[in-house]
Design a protein around this ligand. Structure first.
Ligand SMILES: [Zn+2]
Length: 338
């Protein structure tokens, strides 16, 4: 937790803490976050009636794939979204219902992280003028390199949250597996059917904050950009041939720049130097401490306590080096560590 709730966190860390932390009883926070990233922000005052439609439509879209958007049994607001999806009410009716009922708790609770209020990206102006007012922090966040990734991250977190509540199984049974071919995480439901969860890129980036795991260069999780990232197996994939099947699991995946993964001087099938093992442990502990839906999966794969997880990683390291005795680090480091 202390990773995120800092006295003076950076803006992107504050924003991410809102999206990543906490045990949500409904998906409304994700919908509000996505809406804020989508709407016209040329004026800092956003009227609730202009926020209502994008907010409700984000929820309507998710309802089409996943009926469960709250942990409670009923919600009048969600019923209205479902009726809109069934063409039983029109957009104007959806808007009016959303204005009345859609924002209960979500605007108040948006900035509360681990029971504390984090940096504000908007202030509540509903009593004065039925609006919210975007703060300077929101506009500063918009200017950052990572801004383009934030929508994907919110979407990714939302998908993982849905999976955890919709399968309605003990989360410790939820085995999330990585598919190398299309770089998706998926789970098997009770009939052993595969359900895609999210792009592994989006899930991993919540921690890496758009930086290469090894050299900290800025990376993009969108494909087709000059600096699009690779998904790298920390302990190389080829170790499967030596019986180390664990290398396919989520704890072993990191996002890297292309140079580090496969450029000249790249990692390829070498083993990262020992200091990166500490960074990997820290990353995995982050997922566990932040109550990320990957939490139980990583605990199952690597151990219940920090000591067990360190032992596990040390054994993997020793084992890997015995097969591939070549250690690697990037030739150049860019900026500060993750
Ligand atoms: Zn790199």
């Amino acid at each position: 937790m202390q990773l995120f709730v800092d006295k003076d966190p950076s803006l992107d860390t504050s924003w991410r803490s809102i999206i990543l932390l906490g045990r949500n009883v409904a998906s409304y926070k994700f919908a509000l976050a996505k809406s804020l990233l989508e709407i016209d922000t040329s004026s800092s005052e956003i009227e609730i009636e202009n926020l209502a439609v994008p907010f409700a439509k984000n929820i309507c879209d998710h309802l089409l794939n996943n009926e469960k958007q709250v942990t409670s049994k009923t919600s009048k607001f969600l019923d209205a979204c479902k009726r809109f999806n069934n063409a039983e009410i029109n957009e104007e009716e959806l808007k009016q219902i959303t204005i009345r009922m859609g924002f209960v708790n979500v605007i108040d609770a948006f900035h509360i992280v681990a029971r504390e209020e984090t940096t504000r990206f908007f202030t509540d102006n509903r009593k004065e003028n039925k609006s919210i007012i975007l703060t300077d922090n929101f506009y500063k966040l918009k200017e950052k390199d990572i801004y383009g990734n934030l929508k994907n991250e919110a979407e990714s977190r939302w998908n993982l949250w849905e999976t955890a509540i919709s399968l309605n199984v003990n989360p410790s049974l939820l085995e999330i597996i990585n598919d190398d071919e299309d770089e998706c995480l998926f789970v098997l439901d009770d009939k052993k059917r595969r359900q895609n969860v999210t792009s592994s890129r989006d899930a991993l980036n919540g921690y890496q904050k758009s930086k290469c795991f090894y050299c900290y260069k800025h990376i993009s999780i969108q494909q087709g950009n000059e600096n699009s990232c690779d998904v790298d197996h920390f302990f190389p994939h080829i170790l499967k041939d030596y019986g180390l099947s664990e290398v396919d699991q989520i704890w072993n995946l990191v996002l890297t720049c292309r140079e580090c993964n496969r450029g000249s001087g790249g990692k390829f099938e070498k083993i990262p130097k020992i200091n990166y093992l500490e960074a990997l442990n820290k990353r995995n502990n982050f997922y566990i401490e932040s109550h990320h839906p990957l939490r139980e999966t990583i605990i199952n794969q690597t151990g219940k306590t920090d000591t067990e997880r360190k032992d596990f990683l040390q054994k993997m390291f020793n084992n890997s080096v015995s097969h591939i005795p070549i250690k690697w680090e990037p030739s150049e480091i860019f900026g500060e560590s993750i």
